[in-house]
Design a protein around this ligand. Structure first.
Ligand code: 1QQ
Length: 383
């Protein structure tokens, strides 16, 4: 199942460094590959902050079995070529124990095979498209998938806003926006919801008036939108400019408080599902929100929360592994330990399950425990 066959060669290659200092406290290097610039930086920055906060807390409490976590942070710019390069640097040059990221499913689909081939854990905290974890057994995520969330988002939003027919708008050149579309389409079919028209856009588009004008002519009660925020925010602004005032029903891409900054009043009547809620008053979440707000001088969002929990989940697994300093063995041992972690964090109780379906559903998802949130300036509807 794991890398036994390859161990002797790797051990020989790493022998020089493997046992030096193994007896004393050593830093645990963890790679963080996130979009810190470009259109996906809205998400990536929150994610990086979540990792940093959890790391600081873990280190302040003595580290993991006495060893401190050291983050090696790289900007993958939300682009798949850069995600591949950053993964290679972290895995082969920096010799990190594992890699968090990348931010977008689009990049994960390109970069995670590098980690899989190098038998190094790639842990996504924000990858929600179908099929990510089916890349291989070194690929993990704690992000709740579109396949899980969208049917509930649709159910709650259409009921609450009394929606009888919808138009659909999605990005057709991105793994996440396409997967969101596929899952919305299925959920709409299952709900027998009539679709007035389906329109598409591409990454980097800035003018959506042609699609929105067509949508307006079909007179839908809501617009189902699978978009990243870089396109999603201007789409909402331009829709309102065209006099389209019906609700938008979005996926994870619209699930950021940045939508309020970017689209301002035009972001009213946006429904999104979320695995995290600011108003969930558990001790873990209250502690997270307080610490995050104090450190970063601004409110966290679900991207920060899932990253924060992701780091604690990894720390539990690392704690259970007896690190030897021999990187291939440690990487494999971490991979074997991760599935056993159970953790209650800012997003609630979490456990991994093995994904056997195409959607690669993450584990520990409990639809009842997770809140569906409508982002109409902070209004929330628990289901
Ligand atoms: C994905 C997403 C994006 C919204 C991540 C920020 O969910 O690409 O899977």
């Amino acid at each position: 199942m794991n890398s036994t066959r390859f161990r002797p060669a790797f051990l020989a290659a790493f022998a020089a460094t493997a046992f030096v200092g193994a007896a004393q406290a050593a830093d645990i290097k963890i790679g963080v590959a996130e979009a810190l610039s470009g259109g996906a930086a809205q998400y990536g920055t929150a994610i990086r902050n979540g990792f940093q906060l959890a790391t600081d807390e873990i280190n302040a409490a003595g580290g993991i079995n006495g060893n401190k976590i050291v983050l090696v942070v790289e900007d993958e710019q939300g682009k798949k070529e850069d995600a591949i390069n950053v993964f290679k640097k972290l895995i082969f040059q920096d010799n990190v124990l594992m890699v968090f990221g990348p931010t977008l499913s689009n990049s994960a689909q390109a970069a995670d095979p590098i980690a899989q081939a190098a038998k190094t854990v790639a842990f996504g905290t924000s990858n929600t498209a179908d099929g990510i974890t089916s890349i291989g057994d070194y690929v993990f995520r704690n992000s709740v998938t579109e396949a899980d969330v969208l049917p509930e988002t649709l159910r709650v939003a259409t009921k609450h806003a009394n929606v009888k027919k919808v138009a659909v708008l999605y990005g057709n050149d991105d793994v996440f926006t396409k997967s969101g579309y596929d899952n919305f389409k299925k959920a709409l079919e299952d709900a027998k919801m009539p679709v007035t028209t389906t329109e598409t856009f591409a990454k980097g588009d800035v003018d959506f008036k042609a699609q929105l004008t067509k949508i307006k002519a079909t007179n839908p009660d809501a617009i189902v939108l699978s978009a990243l925020i870089a396109e999603g925010a201007p789409i909402m602004v331009q829709a309102r400019q065209l006099g389209i005032n019906v609700p938008f029903i979005g996926g994870n891409g619209m699930n950021s408080v940045k939508i309020f900054d970017l689209a301002k009043g035009a972001s009213d009547k946006l429904y999104v599902g979320s695995p995290w809620s600011a108003s969930n008053a558990t001790p873990e979440n209250t502690k997270f929100i307080k610490a995050y707000t104090a450190k970063y001088n601004g409110a966290p969002d679900q991207f920060a929360a899932q990253a924060y929990d992701g780091m604690y989940i990894a720390a539990q697994a690392i704690k259970a592994v007896k690190l030897t300093g021999a990187l291939p063995a440690d990487r494999a041992a971490l991979r074997d330990a991760l599935p056993n972690v159970k953790w209650t964090g800012a997003t609630g109780a979490f456990a991994f399950t093995r994904a056997n379906d195409k959607a690669g559903k993450p584990a520990g998802y409990d639809a009842k425990q997770q809140a569906i949130v409508s982002v109409t300036k902070g209004t929330q509807f628990e289901i």
